[in-house]
Ligand binder design. Structure first.
Ligand SMILES: [Cu+2]
Length: 352
């Protein structure tokens, strides 16, 4: 309460001071002490100069900042389509920067260049159809080109994956990524969310023969030059698969599968050498603020040369082999429940 009263008191005091000042000015005018013939005072010139100075400082700051923070930019794209998306990104960026510089040059130099002068009269300029047509058609044409270019690019990126693509399932949950490889048969076993439990994070259906050789590694290994198709899903809330170095981003949505395929082109080793950072690693991050542990959703990604990849593949053990007891018990349970279901069905049929 006291704070409010203090605020009101200050506001009233300021109002009184302002009114006193106005009265004094008016008094001066009445007494002829203040020349009213001049429509502007020296502040006009100062403002003009300040506008200009601000522009110079701003542009210098912009380019210096860009040089200083360049080191935080993403390195060159490590995927085939990434080269095209980057090209389009930088093309649009340069267009935007040029337009930005031209408009701001005009905006900030005009108050300085055309500041008030007693002997200069403003030019009355109601409209000009030619100029309006130009500044409508040129941006519209540029935007149309960018739009169709982008659409064409997106269609090619999201086209169906090639037949020989390595299929990998990526599943997001609060708060970790898990990946599943299809094993030697190149086919992922079916899953059902009802089967999810402490042992079976993916809800793998044990009765599907394809699930027997599926393996669940702790790192995402990709083979350089081989197309990879990610089959993406989420267990709880929306997550988002983000592989910044490969320019890949796709939401992981509960109850629905999304896909993204790409071709990694630079192995982890090569990227380390290029960046001169021996501890560099590709990563899979989550770009959907999915809860308290969102920050922890980092998964290591390794792009291997063929020999390293073959070696890594050979080391992987199937999920089944690591959970033999669970697998066997679950399989029994499932076949028992299938039997009772079929008996009940027969009963139903018989009762008709
Ligand atoms: Cu997430």
């Amino acid at each position: 309460m006291i704070t409010y009263l203090v605020f009101i008191g200050i506001a009233l005091a300021l109002t009184v001071l302002f009114l006193l000042y106005r009265t004094q000015v008016l008094l001066n005018v009445l007494q002829g002490k203040l020349k009213t013939t001049s429509r502007v005072d020296g502040a006009n010139k100062i403002h003009g100069i300040l506008f200009f100075l601000f522009m110079v400082l701003f542009f210098v700051g912009m380019f210096v900042g860009q040089e200083v923070y360049k080191k935080y930019y993403l390195p060159e794209p490590a995927s085939l389509h990434g080269v095209d998306t980057d090209y389009m990104f930088w093309f649009s960026m340069i267009l935007i920067i040029v337009a930005f510089i031209i408009t701001n040059l005009l905006l900030f130099t005009f108050p300085w260049r055309y500041q008030y002068k007693a002997d200069r009269k403003a030019h009355f300029f109601p409209d000009n159809h030619t100029i309006e047509i130009i500044w409508t058609i040129v941006p519209a044409a540029v935007l149309t080109v960018l739009l169709f270019w982008g659409l064409k690019l997106w269609t090619s990126i999201t086209s169906p994956a090639p037949q020989d693509a390595q299929v990998i399932e990526v599943m997001g949950k609060q708060f970790a990524w898990q990946v599943r490889y299809p094993g030697k048969d190149s086919k992922l076993g079916k899953y059902n969310f009802k089967r999810i439990d402490a042992n079976n994070e993916f809800g793998i259906m044990v009765e599907d023969a394809h699930s027997e050789d599926d393996f669940i590694p702790r790192e995402l290994h990709l083979l350089k030059g081989k197309p990879v198709e990610l089959k993406i899903r989420a267990r709880d809330v929306i997550h988002s698969v983000f592989l910044p170095h490969f320019r890949v981003k796709m939401d992981a949505v509960p109850g629905m599968q999304t896909n993204f395929w790409f071709v990694p082109t630079i192995s982890t080793k090569e990227m380390r050498a290029k960046l001169n950072k021996p501890d560099f690693n590709y990563e899979l991050a989550c770009t959907e603020v999915c809860g308290r542990g969102h920050f922890a959703m980092r998964f290591l990604v390794v792009v291997d040369e063929p020999q390293e990849y073959a070696k890594w593949l050979a080391e992987q053990k199937s999920w089944k082999s690591q959970n033999e007891d669970y697998f066997a018990a679950k399989k029994k349970e499932v076949s028992a429940s299938q039997k009772t279901a079929s008996v009940e069905n027969e009963k139903k049929v018989a009762s008709f």
